[in-house]
Write a protein of this length. Structure first.
Length: 201
């Protein structure tokens, strides 16, 4: 019944470890997902385990007030909008992670059994990303980023007893529809056969 509270609607951001560590990357142009839990295209590759703090999403919306003579506010207009994700890669021996952090052209896998990683000023490229979550029998949640670019990498520490990790911030740039991120969430009411109570016609 519409309006009732339900504990099944309370969800946690648990990674779908059966698929990946929670984050996958694919080249631009790969077919994107259209629901919370269907199999992804094979071009999506796992970025391995992610740090225990998970993924943080931040949306920034800047506005500016227009004032009339005398100081009266007559209108507020939006001037900027952007979405970023923050998370930490902890698999520092995974080539896909190193390519994401240091640049595709700066990482080569040598047939002798090592990975070569160069540091330079070359800008990091964009890719498609998916954040896959599954909260047990409460269903799935998926974040689909059609054009994501890592824009910040935190300090890297090499310390005995701690995982070498890469704390990153990703800018989610608008896709062809102007969307920075699309979220898909399993609807428990639909699964229970109660229909759509969203109020939409």
């Amino acid at each position: 019944m519409a309006g009732e509270t339900a504990s099944m609607n309370v969800s946690v951001g648990k990674p779908n470890l059966k698929v990946s560590g929670g984050i996958l990357r694919a080249p631009l142009g790969t077919e994107r997902p259209t629901d919370p839990d269907s199999a992804l295209e094979a071009f999506y590759k796992s970025a391995g385990y992610i740090g225990e703090d998970g993924v943080s999403e931040s949306s920034e919306r800047s506005t500016e007030d227009i004032r009339a003579w005398g100081g009266i506010k007559v209108r507020t207009v939006q001037t900027e909008y952007g979405t970023t994700l923050s998370f930490t890669f902890i698999e520092s021996r995974r080539a896909l992670v190193l390519k994401s952090v240091f640049g595709e052209e700066n990482v080569t896998v040598d047939p002798k059994g090592f990975i070569k990683v160069r540091r330079n000023e070359a800008p990091l490229g964009s890719a498609q990303w998916v954040v896959d979550m599954k909260d047990g029998d409460r269903g799935a949640r998926r974040l689909d980023i059609g054009n994501g670019q890592i824009t910040e990498v935190g300090d890297i520490s090499y310390v005995d007893g701690e995982a070498i990790s890469y704390e990153v911030t990703m800018s989610c740039d608008p896709d062809e529809n102007g969307d920075t991120l699309i979220e898909y969430v399993t609807d428990p009411d639909f699964e229970a056969g109660d229909g759509d109570d969203s109020g939409e016609a």
